[in-house]
Design a binder for this molecule. Structure first.
Ligand code: AMP
Ligand code: GLY
Length: 444
């Protein structure tokens, strides 16, 4: 296996991180990204085919004799892109439609966990608002209400009072707030405790957890503001101790892989465990059928093994024989978003990115002078940008950049990521100033 041509489906910071990692493989000679973006274009050839244009994706892969396809986002996975590609003879990273349902239907995943005794919040599923409201009246507040289908991470509401909960159920089920995704709702117990994201590689036989990470979902400092797709991440997550990891492996990771096999829905690819470390032990908040965004932007820079080889092994069922090794360093990713995100924001705003190689050099010279340890990597992942005619970058989305560094300790990675963030020129943007602060506190 050498001289491989790879196609990555997707267009965000996660895809950029995947591409930068695959690019390091000596086995890979060419990477396409469908559709990619103006920033990804520096690392892969971007092709203007949308992630949901399944037939065009298949035709493109035939035309270019693609060796391996990475399907990164949830929507095409849920729609069966891997099935279509497999049928046309292409090997893929990512689950088939019947396994992607672990993310695309919350009622499916909750029922799976109940059936196989995998720890999660107590819940009920409803398709009629009157029954849901009767149930709410018997529960303690706060309570969590979730639209069943994919809602871009925004279909989860934590209601503090009964009145608020009833209002949310009416809006979702009768008011069409989340379209078809909201006609079925899951109502579940409110859990407390720190959250941990654990992405894993699995070929359906074995499951290999990647280094743990912590997302920051709210838009503003101190966890204020609206929920977003994620405003920053750190890895590893200090709440994910060895003891917690062991318990997760025994009670959650292996049972989930076995459960999916038992249901005839073997999962291959990246299975993402969204966990809460509750006073009663770790419980599953959600599963995702793919790499998390922006978790990928801190997890993959810490991967020392060949990502491409690992991805192929998940498809071939040879993961047990494949090296998956992470460094013992730390990473921090600060998301630079457009002002107004996650609500209304402008597009087409100018920005200028610093050269990361120069940044590393200068940072490490200064570090030597001041006695702090040097950083080992700096990466700017582009999530939402397009190229202007003069070749400069213009913003083209809510989350625009993921500014990541890798250092010996979390404290140093956080400091370096903010130093690099300050070198970005993007007047129309904003970022949180406290990414990793909670993790640092847990370490002290
Ligand atoms: P989800 O899309 O299911 O991951 O939910 C989004 C966010 O809502 C999670 O990351 C949690 O912060 C929060 N959340 C979801 N379910 C619960 C729960 N049962 N108890 C407390 N918080 C929750
Ligand atoms: N960062 C959470 C997700 O990718 O869904």
């Amino acid at each position: 296996m050498s001289n491989q041509t790879v196609a990555v489906i997707g267009s965000g910071g996660r895809e950029h991180a995947i591409i930068k990692a695959i690019k390091k493989s000596p086995l890979v000679s060419k990477i396409y990204c469908l559709p990619g973006n103006g920033g990804i274009a520096a690392d892969a050839e971007c092709v203007n085919i949308g992630v949901m244009e399944t037939q065009k994706i298949v035709d493109f892969c035939k035309d270019k004799a693609i060796d391996f396809v990475v399907v990164a986002p949830d929507d095409p996975l849920a729609a069966g892109t891997v099935d279509a590609l497999n049928e046309a003879g292409f090997k893929c990273f990512g689950p088939k439609k019947n396994a992607a349902i672990i993310e695309s239907s919350k009622s499916f995943s909750k029922d799976l966990m109940k059936k196989y005794n995998i720890p999660t919040a107590a819940y009920e599923v409803f398709t009629e608002s009157a029954k849901a409201i009767d149930y709410l009246k018997t529960r303690e507040m706060p309570i969590v209400i979730k639209a069943d289908g994919l809602a871009l991470g925004k279909g989860v509401i934590i209601a503090q009072t009964l009145d608020e909960a009833i209002e949310v159920v009416k809006e979702m089920m009768d008011g069409g707030k989340f379209g078809a995704s909201g006609t079925k709702v899951v109502i579940e117990e409110f859990m407390t405790g720190p959250e941990v994201s654990v992405l894993s590689f699995t070929d359906g036989n074995v499951v290999i957890p990647m280094i743990s990470s912590m997302d920051h979902k709210r838009a503003h400092d101190n966890d204020e503001g609206l929920n977003t797709g994620g405003m920053g991440t750190v890895a590893p997550n200090p709440y994910y101790t060895e003891e917690v990891a062991k318990e997760c492996m025994e009670k959650i990771f292996i049972p989930t892989i076995k459960a999916m096999n038992a249901e005839g829905r073997t999962f291959k690819g990246c299975l993402y465990f969204g966990l809460m470390i509750t006073p009663k032990g770790p419980k599953v908040v959600e599963y995702n059928c793919r790499f998390g965004d922006p978790e990928t932007q801190v997890v993959l820079p810490l991967l020392e093994s060949d990502l491409f080889k690992i991805m192929v092994a998940t498809a071939d069922g040879t993961l047990a024989d494949t090296e998956v090794k992470f460094s013992d360093k730390s990473a921090c990713c600060v998301i630079y978003a457009t002002k107004g995100y996650p609500e209304k924001y402008e597009k087409g705003l100018p920005m200028e990115l610093p050269e990361t190689d120069e940044f590393i050099k200068k940072y490490n010279e200064d570090a030597k002078a001041t006695g702090i340890s040097p950083i080992s990597d700096a990466l700017i992942y582009v999530a939402g940008a397009k190229k202007a005619e003069d070749g400069s970058l213009l913003s083209n989305g809510g989350r625009v950049l993921g500014v990541t560094t890798v250092a010996d300790t979390l404290k140093e990675a956080i400091a370096a990521s903010y130093a690099l963030t300050k070198e970005v020129k993007f007047d129309g943007g904003f970022y949180r100033n406290d990414i990793g602060a909670r993790a640092l506190k847990a370490l002290s």
